[in-house]
Design a protein around this ligand. Sequence first.
Ligand code: DC
Length: 229
Amino acid sequence: MSKIIIAIDGYSSCGKSSTAKKAAAYIGYSYIDTGAMYRAVTLFFIQNHVSASSEKEVAAALENINIEFRLSTTGLNETYLNGLNVEDEIRKLYVANKVSEVSAIAEVRHAMVAQQRKMAKKRGFVMDGRDIGTVVFPEAELKIFMTADPLVRAQRRQIELMAKGEITDLEDILKNIEKRDIIDTTRAESPLRQAEDAVVIDTTFMTLDEQVDQVILLADMVISQKLRG
Ligand code: DC
């Protein structure tokens, strides 16, 4: 079997995680959501009043953070922070509002990248984030860069939050998305950018199924090319 690494990067809320999760399940690969890791670190910072501007506090906090993914009874990977299931909490807007600030800290990124490389010891996985194809696994055989119109992304996030019982103003979500785009693309440490060899998927007018099909098609092409040597 010729297993590959599939790296999916792109802006927030353009369908990366949902697409990656479904495509991975179809191909029979594991799925690693690196955004969930940065969100879990952010939740820890909020809960423990860690100051993002204090190197000492950040270093001490990182020593005390343990993030794991565990399979739920429904077969989904859920995020655990120091043994507690935080899957729902990390998706809330108060965490989203702070996550770009926390994920811009160099020490936080170094710790997460090291953990991501450790988690993915065996080939045959889909990993999504902002720097997977550029920094974490530049050797990935398939790199996808996802983008979509900010308003469409805000509408999708609103529907997602509503499904979880969180009623949020569309304007607030749009502001959060635009602010995160700026921080994610302009931070000094591994900013979000498209890898030169990435395939761009603009999901503005695509359904989730279409996005998943496109990723599966690309993966099939790369895997069969690899098999042919
Ligand atoms: O994919 P997401 O929206 O759950 O990611 C949350 C935040 O984490 C996002 O604003 C940027 C950051 N992030 C990052 O800096 N690097 C990654 N590999 C993944 C996420």
